[in-house]
Design a protein around this ligand. Sequence first.
Ligand code: GLU
Length: 443
Amino acid sequence: MTVKVRFAPSPTGYLHIGNARPALLNWLFALSHGGQFVLRIDDTDVERCRDEYRLAIGEDLAWLGITPHELHRQSERTALYDAAVETLKANGRLYPCYETADELERRRARQRARGLPPIYDRAALALSDAERAALEAAGRKPHWRFKLDGAPVSWTDLVRGEERVETTSLSDPILVREDGTYLYTLPSVVDDIEMGITHVIRGEDHVTNTGVQIAIIQALGGAVPVFAHANLLATTAGEAFSKRSGALSLRTLRRDGYEAMAVASIAVLTGTSDEVHAYRNLDELAAHVDLAHVSRSTAKFDPHELDALNARLVHKLDHATVADRLAALGIGGGEAFWFAVRDNLAKVVDAALWWRVVEGPIEPVVAAEDVDFLGAAKALLPEEPWDETTWGTWTKIVGAATGRKGRALFMPLRQALTGLDHGPELKRLLPLIGRRNTLARLP
Ligand code: GLU
């Protein structure tokens, strides 16, 4: 069996780090099983879906390294849902109901008052043809409910283990609204069957849908996929991420210069029993992800942890990986520059600061009491060519000539050459700064 998974976002906002989790869990599962990944845009809700968001989904997934094998839009697949409706009607599994939202709410309130669960009482099933005709003549349009057959539904969840739902404790779900539009449930199931989805990996907010969805799949004669419901990513305060707030959207993280692999690693490994480690690519991450290691409690996402993870990842990036981005930032210096500065970076873009230090112009920092010392150092500056030994050779002879050592020797040189009192190792920076710049920065 070829594994086929799907990620099915609704284009109602920009994807955020919480959405990255199911997207990546699906992609990594497909990767490690040699499977196919379907991107399905759940855009049946025309009011809330926007093209701008739909296009952004593809871009944001591509940034993470996800390149779907198939792309579908539910808004283009209505004929399939209509056909499923006909099948369910023909099999007596879909029935028209005429209650208004207010009527249903009053009924539920009465049930609660009597200590009964607020389950739909199937009053509409008892309507005669004449009663239905009368309601329709009075202008009422039906919504349609799926008739659950009362059999319990169970599945073995790859994250949660054995799950069982007593469908007698559920209301018959509404599949089609009065205006003929579909709620999420039926299109999702029809697509999963039609596309041959073998594994449905999604957030645990959907566990409550799964019992009903399995019942519908069975009613349609489809193959029931394997389900996995992963815990949701939440803020450290325990709040869910929302597409509407825009906070921690993948675009914002990208714009703010985070590495896609730092974001991917943290989005996937948080809330698992595995260590949150920044893997360099999705293949490496795939080898370390196991749905059985996803925990059942909320996965708390800490932005500080992302900063730390990003920095650790940047410190390991080789030059080839960042060459294009450095070039786009106008940064030269090749591999020597990158290796000189990468350990001092929290983000790749921060390399621009050190490139300015190398190229100049900078504001050298020279304390009055160091002017003579720096003048002496200037006079002793070796001739080029320079390499990583130049700094050691130079400071040794400067130390011997001036009697300075330790901080008193090194700090005034660092401040004059870089304008800062911290930074990358000078033995690496000095050859990049070069003799001409060095002379110009010394008094
Ligand atoms: N469109 C649904 C959502 O974004 C898809 C849920 C599913 O994976 O079945 O929550």
